[in-house]
Design a protein around this ligand. Structure first.
Ligand code: AMP
Ligand code: MG
Length: 486
């Protein structure tokens, strides 16, 4: 391995406190990242490193490559793969980190505890038939989209680095192997609870509830009904999260319960993509034949996933199964109202409305119906409203209703525009732009990727950094398809 373990990489500023690795046996397996032939840095997110109190800027390229390929395990790390299960496209499966290894949990200078996880770092006891590896394109894609989501203000896992391994990975063709370093509030998923529920390990379930409460919902600590309170809290964070996805036209693409983090962060960027033309039935994923995870299905699927979470928690809700089910139902059935409230708040923000009004839903729906009928670009339509540019905007009748609504708040659209510019991005990662940047990066031309990142990490400010990054897709482009890149 080039780049021997160096003092610099070890002392980059880690402050590990590996709470998950201290949970009982059965929650995880200890496993080290596989050795790789020739690690090389593609991207390091120094801004994130700074925020985490890590001196990534001081690392040599060689040390950074060794560190982020998992070839130099820093003192205090305790690498593990986590056990979990999940409903994938509706069917239950026992899974676990098949190609991810949690290096450890790092305490930031501002006191947050963050998972630092390698994705694509080799096989684990949970790999099943997989090789534990990842290809460069999908890891860069996760880096770009997660960092874009963060810049859009949407809770998400982050991306600290992408390195190539110097080794091939074999998919439908030979690809370049890569490792992503992912940073998350935690990697506990709905599927983590399902794992213990499926194995009828009620003590482990109770331990997991206490763990998640302490880590993510400390306000619920000590409550006798902690499991029920946790269910309600996760319902509310998911309702808010999915409403915010809808507000930027994000389609996650694979909302399996193992890809639903209880922290409320967006996680597992596989076949995700952003809408160009608005249509509620939009599906990008090549494997989502039934449109289960289409744009407009997302709130319903979040509720379906929440119901799986509730089922897993049943043994903790009440000694009587019937009573437990009644309690769970009440919480889960409140999801649509919570989502609606969160969605209306998002739409009011996008339309520059400061006050709630009974007709807000109809006003937003009116614009969306026009966009659907005309195939208008989602991002550009909303951004055009903030510029007051005529023509590219919305139909006169709708504009009239909207202006009347603003006037009722004592504002003109000019007054509202400032706030609207902070709610309606100039850019999202456009599918054709992302693909072109990834293809160039495959050929070791990092220019387009750098330009893309410079644009999508400043989405609300208009300026020359968005040149070449704006949509929509060129006329006549094929319908965009994403692949569950592994
Ligand atoms: P995903 O659809 O990416 O969320 O992955 C679903 C499950 O498959 C997870 O448990 C992953 O760890 C596992 N997995 C995906 N790709 C691989 C791979 N190449 N090798 C081993 N496990 C994998
Ligand atoms: Mg996953």
């Amino acid at each position: 391995m080039p780049g021997s373990p160096s003092v610099a990489a070890a002392t980059v500023g880690w402050r590990f406190d590996n709470t998950y690795a201290r949970l009982p046996e059965g929650f995880f397996a200890r496993v080290l990242p596989a050795p790789v032939r020739a690690p090389a840095v593609v991207l390091v997110n120094h801004a994130l490193g700074d925020a985490m109190g890590l001196a990534t800027r001081a690392l040599s390229a060689e040390d950074a490559a060794a560190l982020f390929a998992g070839q130099m395990i820093p003192p205090g790390a305790d690498p593990i793969a986590q056990a979990y299960a999940g409903h994938q496209f509706g069917g239950f499966t026992v899974l676990g980190d098949g190609r991810a290894i949690l290096l450890g949990e790092h305490r930031t200078p501002d006191g947050r505890l963050l998972d630092v996880q390698f994705k694509g770092s080799g096989p684990t006891p949970y790999s099943r038939r997989g090789d534990g590896r990842a290809a460069l394109g999908p890891m860069l894609r996760e880096y770009v989209v997660s960092e874009a989501m963060h810049a859009l203000g949407i809770p998400t896992t982050r991306s600290l680095a992408v390195v190539t391994t110097g080794e091939p990975v074999y998919r439908d063709r030979v690809l370049r192997g890569a490792v992503l370093t992912r940073v998350a509030a935690s990697h506990v998923r709905v599927g983590t609870f399902e794992y213990f529920a499926a194995h009828r390990q009620v003590d482990a379930l109770r331990t997991l509830v206490a763990y998640v409460v302490e880590r993510h919902f400390p306000g619920l600590a000590g409550r006798p009904d902690a499991a029920l309170a946790l269910l309600a809290a996760v319902r509310d964070t998911q309702a808010t999260l999915v409403a915010r996805w809808m507000g930027v036209g994000f389609v996650h693409g694979v909302m399996n319960t193992d890809n639903m983090a209880v922290s409320g962060e967006t996680i597992d960027y596989g076949p995700c993509a952003f809408l160009d033309r608005y249509h509620p039935d939009t599906v990008f994923s090549s494997i989502d034949h039934m449109g289960r995870y289409a744009y407009a299905q997302q709130p319903g699927i979040a509720q379906w996933n929440l119901a799986r979470f509730a089922e897993a928690l049943l043994p903790l809700l009440d000694d009587s199964r019937d009573a437990a089910i009644a309690l769970a139902k009440e919480v889960v059935h409140a999801f649509p109202a919570r989502f609606e409230a969160a969605w209306l708040a998002v739409m009011r923000g996008k339309l520059g409305l400061a006050e709630a009004h009974p007709d807000d839903g109809a006003l937003a729906a009116g614009l969306l119906a026009w966009m659907e009928a005309t195939g208008a670009d989602f991002t550009n339509t909303f951004r055009a409203l903030t510029t007051g540019a005529p023509g590219d905007g919305a139909p006169a009748k709708w504009l009239g209703e909207w202006r009347a609504r603003l006037a009722a708040e004592g504002r003109t659209d000019a007054d509202a525009r400032d706030a609207m510019r902070r709610a309606n991005p100039v850019v999202v990662p456009r599918n054709h732009v992302v693909e072109a940047a990834l293809a160039a990066a495959e050929r070791d031309d990092g220019g387009p990727l750098t330009a893309l990142l410079a644009s999508v990490t400043r989405p609300y400010e208009d300026g020359p950094w968005h040149d070449g990054q704006r949509g929509p897709a060129p006329e006549g482009a094929e319908p965009y398809r994403t692949f569950c890149g592994t």
